[in-house]
Design a protein around this ligand. Structure first.
Ligand code: HEM
Length: 462
């Protein structure tokens, strides 16, 4: 007797479509208390939570948080499978969608496969050597001026570098002078970033979400007007926005205006808190480890030559700050600005002996991998020598992934290295950095790590 074929499973075309949790019930794990699941446990101590789950269930486990189930995959092999994604299984759009779709739709991280590849190629123009050289000039100027103004004395580093990064972005990203217009853009943008992680997801009056949505409307209107101007040759320069506005696709056509606008808004988001977080963690570790601070200072002075009292770093000399780069990588290992990455499986796959069906939410945990003793001896120790060329070669390629990997690997990583190197050259050549007396720095781990007290340090002019 013929049996009726069961209906084909619905394709998952949007992140809001749910997979029946029974489909992943064979994966070990637990969903925590009803309704809230493990959300609060995870938020309170993301690393301790992941460590506990991995200890109990192994490196493939099932978890329920933020209203949905996901399969978490831990370790370098998992990172490689998901990030390299040889078989085009994992959707970034549907992984990030629940968090970012409302405020940052159609950003590069919210595109997949062919469309993603084509847009990424078009946007890469903004990271070629010529524009990068231009940003470097803007970074040297802006950072030198602000760092000099900080002067000796106590300060909170985190809010100061956040403000500086926003002001620098006005120049390098948008080609605008610092002033009222740049400040309005910064305000709108800060509201959007805050809204993207606010627990109240509806834009009710007086909520952060409402401020974020209003901020987005303002930026869309502003950038749409500006694209037209730049295409008409008004205010066009070497800044990132001008590059995007005049970028062309595979067929030589300009990108549609709304796409340029969405890409620009997303890029500013992707750049901003990540640089702020990682510059803060590097300064924190250098203040805690004066011996490394001294070594980086000697390197910076040797490379910049301290000409006429200036400490500008030349584009050609970026590669010479080897110790600075190692220390930055170690800070990114210890406190990765993006601690975990979400995806959704678009096809069935097998990992660690488990069959995972299409439609399952999948996560990898960068922070956990960066702190696992099996890959990093004495994982809590700050030791930049882990990043000598030989040490890097000897390790699994996906044991250190602060910038992700594969098709979605951070597009701005060279910009991030550049900004942090210019900052270090300008700062360490002028000041000694100490943690404020009696300071125990505690880091808020989520969504992007930041020091709870703003990182209280003291600068002493050399
Ligand atoms: C230390 C600083 C930074 C860190 C740690 C960082 C980290 C990351 C990570 C982990 C991803 C991959 C996300 C995923 O695969 O789901 C990513 C993507 C991205 N980042 Fe960064 N980022 C940093 C700075 C920047 C800067 C400065 C820019 C721009 C100037 C930038 C632009 C982007 C863009 C456009 C993407 C999306 C790439 C794609 O989907 O193809 N990032 N970043």
């Amino acid at each position: 007797m013929a049996t009726l074929a069961s209906p084909a499973p619905a394709p998952f075309t949007h992140w809001s479509q749910r997979l029946d949790p029974a489909a992943i019930a064979h994966v070990p794990g637990d969903g925590g208390p009803p309704v809230i699941g493990n959300t609060f446990k995870m938020l309170a101590d993301p690393h301790g939570f992941a460590d506990g789950m991995i200890g109990r269930y192994g490196k493939v486990y099932r978890n329920r948080a933020f209203g949905g189930w996901a399969v978490m995959l831990a370790g370098p092999e998992a990172n490689e499978l998901v990030l390299f994604d040889r078989d085009k299984i994992f959707s970034s759009e549907q992984g990030w969608g629940p968090l970012l779709d409302r405020l940052f739709p159609r950003g590069l991280m919210l595109l997949d496969f062919d469309k993603h590849r084509a847009d990424r190629r078009a946007l890469s123009i903004a990271f070629k050597p010529e524009p990068m050289r231009h940003y470097m000039g803007a970074l040297n100027r802006g950072i030198a001026e602000r760092v000099t103004a900080w002067g000796s004395g106590p300060m909170r580093f985190y809010p100061a570098i956040k403000e500086l990064s926003l002001d620098l972005a006005a120049d390098s990203f948008l080609g605008l002078p610092w002033g009222q217009e740049a400040q309005k853009i910064n305000r709108a943008f800060v509201d959007m970033v805050a809204a993207s992680v606010t627990p109240i997801r509806h834009a009710l009056p007086f909520t952060q979400m409402k401020r974020g949505i209003d901020g987005r409307a303002f930026l869309v209107e502003f950038f749409t007007r500006e694209v037209a101007k730049r295409r008409a040759g008004v205010g066009v320069g070497q800044d990132m926005f001008s590059q995007f506005a005049t970028a062309t696709d595979d067929t030589g056509n300009l990108l549609p205006v709304d796409e340029v606008v969405d890409h620009m808004i997303f890029l500013m988001m992707a750049a901003h808190d990540t640089i702020t977080s990682s510059a803060s963690s590097l300064v924190y570790y250098l203040a805690k480890h004066p011996e490394w601070q001294d070594r980086l200072r000697v390197e910076a002075l040797a490379v910049t030559g301290a000409k006429n009292g200036r400490h500008d770093l030349a584009y050609e000399d970026l590669g010479k700050l080897e110790l600075t780069e190692m220390a930055f990588k170690e800070a990114l290992r210890l406190i990765p600005p993006v601690p975990s990455l979400p995806r959704r499986a678009m096809k069935d796959f097998t990992f660690g002996g488990y069959h995972i069906p299409a439609g399952a939410g999948v996560g990898i945990n960068i922070h956990w991998t960066h702190h696992a003793e099996e890959y990093w001896p004495e994982p809590e120790r700050f030791d930049p020598t882990r990043f000598t060329r030989e040490a890097e070669k000897a390790r699994h390629k996906y044991a250190w992934v602060p910038f992700g990997g594969g098709a979605h690997m951070c597009l701005g990583l060279h910009f991030a290295y550049m900004q942090v190197k210019v900052l270090m050259a300008q700062l360490l050549s002028r000041y000694r950095i100490d943690l404020a007396e009696g300071t125990e720095v505690s880091w808020q781990p989520w969504p992007i790590p930041k020091p709870r007290d703003g990182l209280r340090i003291a600068l002493t002019a050399l």
